[in-house]
Structures are given as structure tokens and as C-alpha cells.
Design a protein. Structure first.
Length: 228
């Protein structure tokens, strides 16, 4: 992590929806336009909560097969390690189980504990449960699906890069998500993104003015879109 934002800067990012944020990344040319955002397999379960923005804390989980008992020691060590990342925190958790999503690490108890430690939401390629109870916490859920059982999952590693929804996330990365999906905001873009978003919004307003105008034509729309 190379950038720590002020509360005002974080609030500015929170005011931007994810599609506009994705558009705002394009003029900065920091990555290919097809990169940096998670695919539709990572679903937003609480769209009414609006935008989630926070610094990533990361972990991997795996299914424990056989009779070996679960150990919570790794989870407690992870809870200590995540304190090195400033709040608000977003947990990005990679389920390495084969197949993934056959059980879940997050329900009411784990989310309650994580929320007390400054985590405002979860992004995972695994599954989640306890939708009603977790909604009451105001805790964001972005996951691949739902499942009834917690199964037998264990934290296998933490505070290392993870890959979820086709995007690699490192500890401290800025994560942004809403009902449209989740994306990574590069450090170099964090302070510029709000101004870029306003510029994009103004440009799109011009397009809509032509599209919705009384004398609309394809030629006028083309001219507007191609104007420099």
C-alpha cells in the first residue's frame, strides 16, 4: 500500500458508482480496459447498501477433509495481522477448495467479529450465508453464491495476494464495489478518480443531450462522440 486517503478523499470515492469509476480509470491508461474489475460470478447481495470502498485485507481458505479437527489459530493470527491496514477494511477472501463454494466461512458470527475489527464487507469467490442477519450489520456481501452449511473451512494463508473474480488483490489495495460489481482502484488513480469521474459524467451528459434532443440524428450523435 502506497497511498492513504483522507476521510474526505474516501468519501469522494464512495460518491461514485462502480461503472463511472471504471470509466474514470480509462483516461489514466494504467491498465487494459478489460482488466481491473471482477466478473459477474461475484455478485452483490445487498445492492441497497450502495458503494463500498476500503483497503483490502486478504486471506485464503481451504476445505479440511478427513478427521483432522479445525484450528482457529490461523484466523486469530490473521485478525492480528490485518491491523496493519488502515480502516475501513474490505476482506478479499479466495476459496481455494476444490470445488469452491461448497461451504462458507462467513455468516453472522464471523461477520460480526470482522465488523468489530473495522471490516465493512467481504469479497469472495466462495459462498456466504445468514443473509438477513448480516444485512442487519450493514456488512457488504460480494460472493459467488449462497450455501446453507459452514462445512469445514480453515484459513490457510493471509495478508498475501489473492485472486478473486479474475482480479489479483494485494493487502492495502483500494477495493470499490456496488450493485454492478467490484473493481480495484490503482494507487496512482485514487486521488485523480473523482475529477476524472466528473469529467466522464459531463461528457455523457452531452451525449444524452443529443440523444434526447428534438432534432436527434445519427450524424449529430457521431459528431458529438467524435468531437475532441
Amino acid at each position: 500500500m502506497t497511498v492513504v486517503l483522507t476521510p474526505q478523499e474516501m468519501e469522494a470515492l464512495r460518491s461514485i458508482d462502480s461503472p463511472t469509476m471504471a470509466n474514470a480509470m480509462e483516461p489514466l491508461k494504467l491498465r487494459h480496459r478489460a482488466e481491473g474489475f471482477m466478473g459477474p460470478d461475484i455478485r452483490c447481495y445487498y445492492p441497497e447498501m450502495g458503494v463500498m470502498v476500503g483497503y483490502a485485507v486478504t486471506a485464503k481458505i481451504n476445505t479440511v477433509y478427513g478427521d483432522r479437527p479445525l484450528s482457529r489459530n490461523n484466523w486469530f493470527e490473521f485478525l492480528e495481522a490485518m491491523q496493519s491496514v488502515p480502516e475501513p477494511r474490505v476482506l478479499v477472501m479466495e476459496d481455494e477448495s476444490v470445488p469452491s463454494g461448497r461451504a462458507c466461512f462467513h455468516g453472522e458470527i464471523i461477520c460480526s467479529a470482522h465488523n468489530r475489527l473495522g471490516i465493512i464487507g467481504l469479497v469472495t469467490n466462495g459462498a456466504v450465508r445468514d443473509l438477513d442477519q448480516v444485512r442487519e450489520l450493514g456488512f457488504h456481501y460480494f460472493a459467488a453464491g449462497l450455501v446453507a452449511s459452514h462445512g469445514k473451512l480453515e484459513v490457510s494463508s493471509w495478508m498475501t495476494p489473492v485472486r478473486v473474480g479474475g482480479v489479483t488483490i494485494k493487502p492495502g489495495d483500494l477495493v470499490h464495489g456496488d450493485q454492478h460489481g467490484v473493481l480495484h482502484i490503482p494507487d496512482e488513480a485514487a486521488k485523480e478518480a473523482p475529477a476524472q469521474a466528473r469529467r466522464i459524467t459531463d461528457i455523457e451528459a452531452g451525449y444524452l443531450e443529443v440523444i434526447n434532443g428534438p432534432d436527434f440524428s445519427i450524424a449529430k450523435l457521431q459528431a458529438k462522440m467524435e468531437a475532441k
